[in-house]
Design a protein around this ligand. Structure first.
Ligand code: MFK
Length: 569
């Protein structure tokens, strides 16, 4: 008897297999732009499901290494990256994964084109999207600063499509005393007698220290010890001979995931630095970078969700259980359908944010308030959904999904960082409240919802739009009440509020796309996903019963009588 042989999950062409991306690009891009983009989509789609994915699987155990000393005792702190990373950098440069957004002929569509390619590239390159995100963010922050000398020196490298001249950038904020609260930054900036600025301190998490430059927060000596006392500095890591200058790498982090990414602890000891935008207001100066990396974060979440689903679907067609392929077992099919709906909602929220980014960068200033709100909303919503989806994907492979050399576990581990990177879910929820102060409240989101409502005419999509409208109204009501109740109440509910808005918008944007799809070619799959998404429930404010008891319960301290009654309710 032949021994049992389980065919492994396989990936097809990652562009031609992706109905969601294809239909979206068809809706969004003029025909000639689609034509021009197709060769790059085809190349990256083929690589992502072919040679790059094969290399990723073969190289699954490889990790970056830090060599501190040369054989002759010189301190060198050399980092060697994995083979996938070595392939990823030139591929990213030549396809303009950063550069396209800044090309001389870039227009409002350039961001959609860039992120569509990034979405294909990211899942097969072991988080190389991280240095690309920071590079994109650095280019944007430098351009926003108006610092001509720095723009001339660095931006041409950051946006280069020639691997020989392409640079990546780091983003150095986090320190031992503070990650979310960067006002606790201890790194100081001192000026030499000749006017040169130098940085002294420790950076606790620095992603991709293989970069040529970084943007770093530090406190010019004598400045206030609040966040406004921080300044943003530009640093180059290496001298003309390629040696690290003014810094040492203490160690690479042993992380739960993103293990291909050389995240380092650094000591800065006289690192030459140039102020980017004055000697205070560093958080304000780095904010453009944060908003770009947060958008990449959302693109990464949807790209990894889609990768997990592609593998799980293929496996479901091959794996037999109880006399059928998994795909024919109603409960397994139902589980995958729920994940697909989540992914499709997340996709449309994310790419709507990308569209607005492109529009804002190319002259449509009116979209700025909507973009300011959707950036944290898409980041926080998709990151949380990504973790839930990736956890289910692992389960969809049974025990095999829990085994390293199948390549499945990194999906979950890498996804977990997305709700932490660039601001945790809670920090991003508070950022939504911060943004509301500059956006005439919820009006830009209300208008967006109204645009979706006006576009959706098919009766099968009505329940989805109604669910989105109801959830949005619940969020608006809660906001009005919480604003009356005060800042403690606002902050305690900010996450449920933000998630409700995020889910409502996902449903509305997916319904709008589904309507286009129905009208365009009668394909009802997006409509089915929209119905399913709405049926899963959009409102996270239902369980809003916690206010008086919040702190006491969290710290397990005695509750006042009324709060006890409420908590026991
Ligand atoms: C693959 C994809 C991802 C790739 C990237 C991976 C790399 C990972 C590396 C990292 O994770 S780096 C660390 C990331 N760290 C963070 O994201 C920090 C999280 N904490 C926050 O975001 C806090 O909210 C924040 C540090 C911004 C709070 O700082 P402050 O100084 O207490 O905030 P404040 O005083 O409200 O804001 C200062 C100014 O910045 C204000 O401007 P004005 O002075 O003009 O009023 C704000 O409006 C402005 N600001 C803050 N956040 C903004 C913003 N402006 C626009 N957009 C924002 N998001």
């Amino acid at each position: 008897m032949n021994p049992f042989r389980q065919p492994p999950p396989a990936l097809g062409h990652q562009y031609t297999d992706d109905r969601v991306l294809q239909a979206y690009l068809q809706r969004m891009l003029p025909e000639e732009r689609q034509k021009a983009l197709t060769p790059a989509l085809m190349t990256l789609g083929e690589a992502a499901g072919g040679w790059l994915y094969d290399l990723q699987l073969k190289d699954y155990a490889a990790e970056p290494t830090l060599t501190r000393y040369s054989p002759w005792g010189e301190r060198i702190d050399r980092i060697d990256v994995t083979r996938v990373w070595q392939e990823a950098e030139p591929l990213a440069a030549t396809h303009g994964l950063v550069g396209r957004a800044y090309a001389a002929d870039a227009d409002a569509h350039a961001r959609v084109e860039q992120m569509a390619l990034a979405y294909l590239f990211i899942p097969s390159t072991d988080i190389f999207g991280c240095p690309l995100a920071m590079t994109d963010g650095a280019a944007r922050a430098l351009l926003a600063s108006g610092n001509k000398a720095l723009i001339d020196c660095a931006v041409p490298h950051l946006i280069s499509r020639d691997p020989a001249t392409f640079w990546t950038s780091g983003q150095w904020m986090t320190e031992l005393p503070g990650g979310s609260d960067v006002s606790r930054t201890e790194t100081v900036a001192r000026q030499d007698a000749d006017g040169t600025w130098r940085l002294y301190g420790r950076k606790w998490f620095t992603s991709a220290v293989t970069s040529q430059m970084a943007l770093a927060l530090a406190r010019p000596e004598g400045n206030d010890d609040n966040s406004n006392g921080l300044a943003l500095f530009y640093v180059e890591l290496r001298d003309a001979d390629g040696r690290l200058q003014g810094l040492t790498v203490n160690r690479l982090k042993e992380k739960l995931g993103t293990r291909k990414l050389p995240t380092a602890e650094l000591t800065l000891d006289g690192l030459r630095a140039t102020p980017v935008a004055g000697l205070t207001g560093g958080v304000r100066a780095i904010a453009p970078m944060l908003n770009i990396t947060r958008t990449w974060n959302a693109v990464t979440a949807v790209a990894l969700m889609r990768r997990g689903l592609a593998l799980a679907r293929d496996y479901a067609s091959k794996r037999q259980a109880f006399g059928h392929p998994l795909a024919e077992l109603p409960l397994h099919a139902d589980t995958l359908a729920g994940l697909q709906a989540t992914y499709e909602g997340a996709f449309h929220l994310t790419f709507r944010t990308v569209e607005l980014l492109g529009a804002e960068e190319h002259g449509t200033a009116a979209v700025a308030p909507l973009l300011r709100l959707l950036t944290p909303l898409s980041k926080l919503t998709t990151a949380r959904q990504g973790v839930a989806v990736a956890s289910e994907i692992v389960e969809a492979f049974g025990g095999n999904g829990y085994v390293e050399d199948t390549g499945i576990p990194p999906l979950l581990r890498d996804m977990q960082v997305l709700s932490i990177w660039e601001g945790t879910t809670n920090v991003l929820s508070l950022d939504v409240l911060r943004a509301l102060q500059h956006t005439n409240g919820l009006a830009p989101l209300q208008d967006e919802l109204q645009r979706c409502r006006a576009a959706v005419t098919s009766p099968e999509l009505t329940p989805c739009m109604e669910a989105a409208t109801e959830a949005f109204a619940a969020a608006a009501d809660w906001l009005a009440e919480a604003q009356q109740a005060g800042s403690g109440t606002l902050q305690a509910g900010a996450r449920r509020f933000a998630l409700t808005l995020g889910h409502a918008l996902e449903a509305a944007l997916l319904a709008r796309h589904a309507q286009w799809r129905l009208d365009h070619d009668g394909d009802a799959r997006a409509a089915t996903a929209a119905q399913r998404l709405a049926a899963e429930g959009l409102n996270h404010l239902h369980r809003q019963r916690d206010r008086p008891a919040t702190q006491a319960l969290a710290m397990d301290t005695p509750l006042p009588h009324a709060a006890t009654a409420e908590a026991m309710h």
